[in-house]
Design a protein around this ligand. Structure first.
Ligand code: SF4
Ligand code: FES
Length: 252
């Protein structure tokens, strides 16, 4: 539990302790603003609340124009990645009690993708790279009639980690190479290529390795581990990139 300045504690009608937490949100309305601006909000929250609850409270009770994406609210859809106190996280998985609420909490859009409004970025460049690596099963033969494509437990284990990706872009938008070079495929695309390159049922691994053996492919990775630290699914992103690099070198 984080330190709380006493003056921020509030006792309400329910008797349950709540806290007044200051959020400083980087806002941008392309119809009104020439530059983004930081705006403060004081929000009454409970220790069980998440950053997403605070954003809802601001939107529903203070300023309906606050714009952000969210859908599932439970860490599955990947739509609410944002920078919270300078780190890429999912707002729905970031508990208030895990932040230092004696200080303001800074919230802004993820970096490296075009800012559309407030916390919303244009995800199209991110999904374009994802599509480029052909993230689907490509098999040259059909399975036996009425049968599944068989795979051993050991073969399935090889790419288990990279099946967990929810395409939130927290990794790619935390990568300094991606910030400086909009052409780099980025960690998420490589993770999703990995998921099929190492699938024993797939026959297009060499095609994907060719795509990633490019000046904007795996060799742009500088192994800074930002992606691994940012991933809300705990995927070992840097390890997956290293495995794809090795596969390029040895020809899978
Ligand atoms: S690898 Fe992790 S951080 Fe990157 S897009 Fe997938 S779930 Fe998000
Ligand atoms: S809202 Fe779906 S992952 Fe956070």
């Amino acid at each position: 539990m984080t330190l709380v300045a006493p003056e921020t504690e509030v006792t309400n009608d329910t008797g349950i302790q709540s806290f007044l937490v200051t959020f400083i949100i980087r806002r941008f309305d392309p119809e009104l603003d020439s530059e983004p601006r930081w705006v403060d909000y004081d929000v009454e929250l409970y220790s069980t609340d998440r950053v997403l609850d605070a954003l809802h409270k601001i939107k529903w009770e203070v300023d309906g124009s606050l714009t952000f994406r969210r859908s599932c609210a439970h860490g599955i859809c990947g739509s609410d990645a944002m920078r919270i106190n300078g780190r890429n996280r999912l707002a729905c998985k970031t508990l208030i009690k895990d932040l230092d609420i004696s200080q303001p909490i800074y919230v802004e859009a993820i970096k490296g993708l075009p800012l559309e409004k407030d916390l919303v970025v244009d995800m199209e460049p991110f999904f374009a790279s994802y599509r480029d690596v052909q993230p689907f099963l490509i098999a040259n033969s059909k399975p036996e009639a009425g049968k599944e494509r068989i795979q051993t437990i050991a073969d399935r284990e090889i790419f288990d980690d990279t099946t967990k990706c929810i395409l939130c872009a927290a990794c790619t938008s935390s990568c300094p190479v991606f910030w400086t070079d909009g052409q780099y495929f980025g960690p998420a695309a490589i993770v999703n290529a990995h998921r099929f390159i190492f699938d024993s049922r797939d026959d297009a691994g060499d095609v994907r390795l060719d795509i990633l053996n490019d000046k904007e492919g795996v060799w742009r990775c500088r192994t800074t581990f930002n992606c691994t630290e940012a991933c809300p699914r705990g995927i070992e992103v840097t390890k997956a990139i290293a495995e794809v690099k090795q596969a390029v070198l040895r020809g899978r």
